[in-house]
Write a protein that binds this ligand. Sequence first.
Ligand SMILES: *Cc1c(COP(=O)(O)O)cnc(C)c1O
Length: 406
Amino acid sequence: MELKFPIYLDNNATTPMDPRVLDAMLPYFVEQFGNAASRNHSFGWVAEEAVDYAREQVAKLINCDPKEVIFTSGATEANNLAIKGVFEMYASKGNHIITCTTEHKAVLDTCKHVEKMGGSVTYLQVQPDGLIDLAELEKAITPQTILITIMYGNNEIGVVQPIKEIAAIAKKHGALFFTDGTQAVGKIPVDVMADGIDLMSFSGHKMYGPKGVGVLYVRRKNPRVKVTAQMDGGGHERGMRSGTLNVPGIVGIGKACEICRLEMDAEAVRLSIMRDRLEAALTQIDESYVNGNVQHRLPHVANISFKYVEGEGLLMGFNKQIALSSGSACTSASLEPSYVLKSLGLGDDLAHSSLRFGLGRFTTDMEIDYTIKAITETVLKLREMSPLWEMFKEGIDMDKIEWAHH
Ligand SMILES: *Cc1c(COP(=O)(O)O)cnc(C)c1O
């Protein structure tokens, strides 16, 4: 096998679609184009059957009832529906929501919106390893708390939160528990029954399925959860999400879930071995640091800071060959350091010098070999030219230096 460039190591941003998923979807564009809500003819029946089958494939992966699966346009929509939908549906019970500072923007910005609508939101700080403090979570709960929303696995550092424990605390205090499962579902075993999750979002394009389709799981028993629809219309998806179903997309996410269910255990082993090898090699470099808890972590993610080099500069050194994200590129076009890394207590220097490695189903050992070599060489080369590195080598205490802020 030959190396093909560029090497893709940004699987947390999106994954390529598995060709088996495409094969499953293809008949539903042209031949079987029916509207799943058409009850009077076979075009509709065929489409509905395909959707029902996909619902079962999804349900099997997360261990829920197919009726508890609500199809959406992605995780962003599912997060909006979960948070705003609970806020509206349970307004008579309370108006308080608890989340944490390292959540995806689709959760944080939705919470900000809820604040504008009269909600009150607590943003828990995380510990230096990225995990929330369960005692602090419990302390934050008030009689007004209707929802706790904490993500399953983090998209930047891969840290996996203590989901079962969080769910138990929510249940004890009569609050609902929603988790953004986008980075975890299909990568590690996620079981909504065993975990005690009330609502959970995830997305097709983060699990080798198509873009533009996602799921909101909404529990129907113990307790029966309901969310207020955020879109009015035909009352699809048990009234919670109107709009003609994206049949090919739904078939695709169904197939993606099935493949993940059958292959994820072996894939997690393969990816974590490659990830650990990458990490072990790159932390041979002086002054490199792994960000986030390394025990409670997704198998395919590593986030490493290379002190005294600039992440963006580092990327420029090899971005024709390797597609990666840096800790400063995440939040749009601005060069703000990642708010997730800042939440861990990293200074601007370490946050700016970080790279996120997101391995995936199609990552090969040869690609990891190349990446190790390219990054090591680039870091060493950039440091040779860096006055900061020289000062550090001369033993100047960098923490005592006053930096100009802009
Ligand atoms: C990608 C991602 C989202 C957004 O998903 P879309 O389907 O692209 O809207 C939400 N949360 C997390 C954790 C993500 O990684």
